[in-house]
Design a protein around this ligand. Structure first.
Ligand SMILES: [Fe+2]
Length: 89
């Protein structure tokens, strides 16, 4: 399991709530795997994690662009790498 770490708080309530929700879905997925849950349960946990991540990344990219954040392109690149990893899983 992955523990939440306040050092990654952004100070933006919606973003922090999303990040915590993502962590919860990741831990639920890990929990399902570690518990030896059936394929359907593991698959379901993975899909919930995946949807949570996809939704958040899309929202975050729009938010960063709307704010004119100078690191938007780099951050979007990091998201794309993450999505490739996720697709590989
Ligand atoms: Fe994020």
């Amino acid at each position: 399991m992955i523990a939440w770490d306040d050092s990654i708080l952004t100070g933006i309530a919606g973003v922090d709530a999303d990040h915590k929700a993502i962590l919860e879905t990741i831990n639920a997925f890990i929990g399902a795997v570690e518990a030896g849950a059936g394929a359907a349960q593991v698959h379901g946990a993975f899909r919930r994690m995946e949807r949570c991540i996809y939704r958040h990344l899309e929202v975050e990219e729009h938010m960063l662009a709307a704010l004119g954040y100078v690191g938007t392109a780099d951050h979007k690149g990091a998201h794309e790498s993450l999505l490739e990893e996720l697709a590989g899983i």
